[in-house]
Design a protein around this ligand. Structure first.
Ligand SMILES: CC(C)(COP(=O)(O)OP(=O)(O)OC[C@H]1O[C@@H](n2cnc3c(N)ncnc32)[C@H](O)[C@@H]1OP(=O)(O)O)[C@@H](O)C(=O)NCCC(=O)NCCS
Length: 204
């Protein structure tokens, strides 16, 4: 779903010879802003998001609110087969204690240690780390090089910008946004922006 830069990055990353998408011969894009029939990086755009009815799918959209809203708008998407994509160069250190929900994506260079739970449609971008005993709820998006310490709880739909650091024991509440480079030392209220070092909060 989606045909922008992120969707293309995900498709290329997971299509390499050891990637899970290499076994799919026909990979198509659905995007409201790309003309039907147009090819982007060799991938054919089949039409608007509403034209995806059933099949196997991957989210190429980073905005947590857009991901959630699309599921509300198209309830039949719940029936599709959403792939979990774990890049071969991601380091899932204790697979026995790491739960990865439907449709979640873990990019190259990520490290997840132990005792971690990811909800549905979580996206973890390049070189991010997630420490022990942390929970990341559905629709959360984590941008490159984010560092999440141990015992962190990230509620549904939060967005963590590139290079943010989250200290141990912190809770980031629903649909909060953490700015690029922020150092989060305290719990972040829901629907707020956390910015700076140490992070200060303001309503979104
Ligand atoms: C925090 C964020 C959401 C704010 O976006 P925005 O509302 O469009 O903000 P603006 O760019 O208009 O900047 C508003 C002010 O905040 C400052 N600012 C923006 N981002 C900042 C950051 N990460 N840390 C500190 N200050 C920041 C700007 O310098 C500006 O200050 P000024 O008013 O004194 O000039 C955005 O900067 C951000 O961090 N996005 C995440 C991007 C990302 O990680 N993308 C992933 C790509 S893979």
């Amino acid at each position: 779903m989606g045909g922008g830069a992120l969707a293309r990055e995900i498709l290329h990353a997971h299509k390499g010879k050891s990637g899970i998408l290499s076994s799919f011969s026909n990979i198509h894009l659905y995007d409201d802003n790309i003309e039907e029939g147009k090819r982007i990086d060799g991938f054919l755009c089949k039409g608007k998001l509403s034209q995806f009815i059933s099949g196997t799918a991957v989210f190429g959209i980073a905005s947590p609110i857009i991901k959630r809203n699309l599921f509300q708008k198209f309830p039949h998407w719940q029936q599709a087969q959403w792939l979990e994509l774990i890049h071969p160069k991601a380091d899932i250190q204790d697979p026995n204690s790491i739960k990865i929900g439907q449709g979640s994506i873990i990019s190259s260079g990520c490290v997840l240690t132990c005792g971690i739970s990811l909800g549905r449609f979580v996206f973890i971008n390049l070189n991010a780390t997630v420490g022990h005993d942390s929970t990341i709820e559905s629709f959360v998006s984590i941008m490159p090089a984010v560092n999440i310490s141990g015992n962190v709880y990230i509620e549904e739909g939060a967005y963590l910008g590139t290079g943010a650091i989250v200290l141990p024991g912190v809770r980031i509440r629903k649909y909060a946004v953490v700015a690029t480079g922020a150092v989060v030392t305290k719990d972040v209220p829901e629907y707020s922006l956390a910015m700076g070092v140490p992070a200060r909060f303001s309503p979104l």
